[in-house]
Write a protein that binds this ligand. Sequence first.
Ligand code: GAL
Length: 373
Amino acid sequence: MKRLLSAAFAAAIFCACSNAPTPAGEIVSGAIWPDTQGVHVNAHGGGILQYKDAWYWFGEYKSEHTSNALVGVTCYRSKDLSTWENLGVALSVSEEPGSDIEKGCIIERPKVVYNQKTGKFVMWFHLELKGQGYKAARYGVAVSDKPEGPYTFLRSGRANPGIWPEGIDPKSISDEPLPEKSWTPEWIAAIRDGFYLKRDFEEGQMARDQTVFVDDDGKAYHIFASEENMTLQFASLTDDYTQHDGKYWRVAPARQNEAPAIFRRDGRYWLICSGCTGWAPNKARMYSATDIHGPWVEYDSPCVGPDQDITFGGQSTYILKVERKGKEPQFIFMADIWRPRHPIDARYIWLPITFKKDGTPVVEWQDSWKLED
Ligand code: GAL
């Protein structure tokens, strides 16, 4: 790995602030990250898939003046996690008027997983229909025979219509309207007890900020901000990973978590997410559980360093597990520094995760670092 890293062309990487070249293989959060053609990587809110001897990075293509999807989901490939080759558009928006993924819609936080049983690559993303702002709150799914695509759009929708989540007795959810004044104890309690869950029961649950997680046993889960972004829902997927299988449960109801990123280490699941302040950064939240169904216990933010209380200016998107021969795997925390007025110039934060003696993750700011083999 080290050899590959040093061989990288990353001499071309320039630090955003100083414009000074950084040594080969360095990962410099917040800087411009040129691909092999010298163009800043355009794959925001992304996720990474390791397949055979390469990593594939999928993300939102952002334009100069809009975050709406004018292009689709892009794919980059790397063998060292610092040299990225642009493989083009993995999922294209459609030119067809009325298509769910019509050019100008919103496609966010795409994640791709590989299904061993079918040999297919499955992409899940957050979809908002063209011209409707964030109202539709749908998931979208697409598949491909090759990691880089092209992906075929399968469907979009709300999650689990007509199904109650695990651990909820629908009779216990009040029929009263939501208290008018928000953020009062009564308002929070009504949402925690299932107000939006019940409201959306027939149509299906809202699905916005999202990720997909494949567990060690091959079972996959779709994790998304639901219930007006007030509650995360975990929904298990069918064996081919292309549909919800009807089982789902709520995590931290009424805590208003977004941007979920998850990993598993030594039998414990760790979930890092953000609060809900749009493109503006806020303090990361963290949860742990020994069973993916919960109970999930809240921890303080794992971030340490300058701007730790605003996640170093970023918002979580993914946690990558990098296996290393004869060593503990390296987990990498990945986040986006959004630039809403100039979306294409959004930046990336990638930092190594270390662990306290009791196993609690720590994400410490580093101006630059290298992945060691
Ligand atoms: C954030 C969310 C982003 C995007 C943005 C729009 O909270 O994490 O993915 O949806 O809001 O304002």
